[in-house]
Design a binder for this molecule. Structure first.
Ligand code: IPM
Ligand code: MN
Length: 353
């Protein structure tokens, strides 16, 4: 298969983990005789520094002419600590999601048997947990009207019927492919936007009679994902709730550095780790490349390259089992492996499989 991939390393640890993500794609291309080509583009703080815009028009063009975008992370401390900054790296990511119409963010939550003890949660509670959070990605408070002056500020959590219908459709259809259980997470006891979500979900549910649909308030869901993670199969929720819930669910896997995601919608699909740019670790060969590598696996699977995706996952599992791990998940006394070494080990495994 020929695939043109837009490569957006971004900021902080982004370039380091991206190097490993691309190396893994190249290993797969070698092994399975595919032609993958890459076009790199700027975004985030590095784009602000270079051209004053966190998502320059040139980057948009690169994304639009690609089959897929592989994205790492954006964000920089200079901006985090400056609430008055008018241009922020995160605006690049948000503009990209909006301009590519990437309304459905798919964030799988799974456990690795050998990492169960790395979770702050009890192992017996986690074993076998396997669900997917579908986060709406181009609406809600992130994009609703905002206002700020010296004394007052607001964000508007706005959703239209078509926006809610299209994301619920993605969720119902995914539930049909999985264990046929959908949990709609909202705050319908307080928020009007949530009541619209719940109303539309109740209208759509009868069209998916095989799917068991239940409704859960976000506060309750925040607890239940930790106390009873095996209850869940597919979870669908609005942008802000989904942002918070998926950092929380990374505790189930044991590290933010293991969580991939796919963002799908109208134009080029995008694959990115759930974690951020960890600027404190930039350039130190410390960051876990696995979330980026698993995002590459999701990219392959998106194009029907199932055996290829499976081999990447197998290679990641094998690296974890062999304790070839970055420091945050290394076993006590285990050897030190950096970003590069973990990536190289996974690449080797793929080439020798
Ligand atoms: C995420 C990130 C982003 C978000 C930030 C970097 C804008 O936290 O992808 O979850 O809030 O969506
Ligand atoms: Mn987030």
């Amino acid at each position: 298969m020929n695939l043109k991939v837009a490569v957006l390393p971004g900021d902080g640890i982004g370039p380091e983990i991206m190097e490993q993500g691309v190396a893994v794609l190249n290993a797969i291309a070698d092994k399975f005789h595919h032609q993958f080509s890459y076009e790199e583009a700027l975004c985030g703080a590095s784009a602000i520094d270079a051209v004053g815009d966190p998502f320059p028009p040139e980057t948009y063009q690169v994304c639009m002419r690609a089959d897929a975008v592989l994205f790492a992370a954006v964000g920089d401390l200079r901006f985090d600590n400056d609430p008055k900054a008018t241009v922020r790296p995160e605006q690049g990511l948000l503009a990209m999601r909006k301009m590519l119409g990437l309304f459905a963010n798919v964030r799988p939550v799974a456990t690795f048997e050998c990492l169960l003890h790395k979770s702050p949660l009890k192992e017996e509670l986690l074993r076998g947990a396997d669900f997917v959070v579908i986060r709406e990605l181009t609406g809600g408070m992130y994009f609703g009207e905002k206002y700020q002056d010296y004394d007052m500020a607001y964000d508007t959590d706005i959703y239209t019927r078509p926006e809610v219908e299209r994301i619920l459709k993605v969720a119902f259809e995914l539930a049909m492919q999985r264990r046929k259980h959908l949990t709609v997470v909202d705050k319908a006891n307080v928020m009007a936007s949530s009541r619209l979500w719940r109303q539309i979900a109740q209208e759509m549910a009868p069209h998916y009679p095989e799917v068991t649909t239940d409704y859960m308030f976000i506060d309750n869901a925040s607890m239940r994902v930790l106390t009873e993670p095996r209850f869940f199969d597919v979870v669908v929720t609005e942008n802000t709730f989904g942002d918070i819930l998926t950092d929380e669910t990374s505790c189930i896997t044991g590290s933010m550095g293991l969580q991939p995601s796919a963002s799908l919608g109208e134009h080029t699909p995008l694959f990115e780790p759930v974690h951020g740019s960890w600027p404190q670790a930039a350039g130190q060969n410390l960051a876990n490349p696995v979330a980026q590598i698993l995002s590459a696996a999701m990219l392959l699977e998106h194009f029907g390259l199932t055996a290829e995706g499976k081999l990447v996952r197998e290679a990641v599992d094998a690296s974890l089992a062999a304790n070839v791990r970055t420091p945050e998940i290394q076993v006590e006394g285990g050897a030190h492996y950096g970003t590069k070494e973990v990536g190289a080990w996974i690449v080797d495994y793929i080439l020798n499989a």
